[in-house]
Design a protein around this ligand. Structure first.
Ligand code: CAA
Length: 248
């Protein structure tokens, strides 16, 4: 049987790498989307390292903020492997600062990279999924989209926006074998969290009932479940994985 094709945007990042490995172990042909401002060597180094660990993961370059670039990325994957069965919208950035100091540039950077990209990528794969009558879309949101976060008006707005998008699209495609869900990670031990000043980070850690930051694998397990054939009844849902930091 030919392998299903899974594209993970931001696939070479902290959570993205764990998702790529998990989906590879689940039997998918995994493609890691990357941008790195055009630094292809960085992506190549990532791919080589994973190969040494036994993971055969393809790379696809694309700027998720740019529709034409997304189109070229999806077209390249189509040519090399076929149409995408599983899309994990995981790529994202932070530009943290309080609202009183937030520039329009910081606002647009985060909204376009974290939210508009989800529209672009989903729009570009949805017709192939509709034709196949099967698909899995998982949007990686955040605890801070659920609860808001001091210093993240842009990021919280983008991540909250994903819930509305997910629930609207889930309704449109539910009868065609396609599920659309969000996963909302809490604070996961990746470079994104390590960029938060240490004293603030330590305060955040104290507020996590399980007593630790999450591991990228904690998120990859949830994504793996949602991508399964047998998860076909779960759609328009949000699964929080945050160590109990926010319960609602
Ligand atoms: N709640 C209330 N007040 C707070 C606060 C909080 N959480 N944090 C800081 N303040 C207060 C300070 O005590 C200070 O008060 P005074 O002016 O009375 O002394 C004031 O706010 C500081 O305000 P500034 O506008 O000067 O803010 P700053 O420039 O010092 O720092 C910040 C702002 C960079 C956003 C910093 O607070 C920060 O890094 N916060 C963490 C943001 C965060 O959690 N980011 C998550 C990144 S990881 C991620 O996003 C992944 C994911 O999905 C979870």
């Amino acid at each position: 049987m030919t392998k299903r094709i899974a594209l993970v945007t931001g696939g070479t990042g902290g959570i993205g790498t764990a998702i790529c490995k998990q989906l590879h172990d689940d039997g998918y042909q995994v493609v890691a989307g990357y941008y790195h401002g055009g630094n292809h060597d960085k992506a190549q180094t990532w791919q080589d390292k994973l190969k040494e660990e036994g993971y055969d993961i393809a790379l696809a370059y694309g700027n998720i903020r740019d529709f034409a670039s997304c189109e070229a990325c999806i077209e390249g994957i189509r040519k090399d492997f076929g149409t995408i069965d599983v899309l994990i919208n995981n790529g994202g950035i932070t530009r943290d600062t309080t609202l009183r100091k937030m520039s329009p540039e910081y606002w647009h950077d985060v909204i376009e990279t974290n939210l508009t990209s989800v529209f672009y990528m989903t729009r570009l794969v949805i017709n192939d999924m509709l034709e196949k009558k099967w698909g899995r879309i998982v949007n990686i949101s955040s605890i801070n989209g659920e609860k808001g976060q001091f210093g993240q008006a842009n990021y919280s707005a983008a991540k909250a926006g994903m819930y509305g998008f997910t629930k609207a699209v889930a309704q449109e495609v539910a009868s065609k074998g396609i599920t659309v869900n969000t996963v909302s990670p809490g604070y996961i031990a990746t470079s994104m969290i390590m960029d938060v000043p240490e004293e603030i980070r330590e305060e955040i850690r104290k507020g996590i009932p399980v007593g630790r930051f999450g591991e990228p694998e904690d998120i990859a397990r949830v994504v793996s479940f949602l991508a399964e054939d047998k998860a076909g009844f779960v759609t328009g849902a949000n699964i929080s994985a945050n160590g109990g930091q926010y319960m609602h």
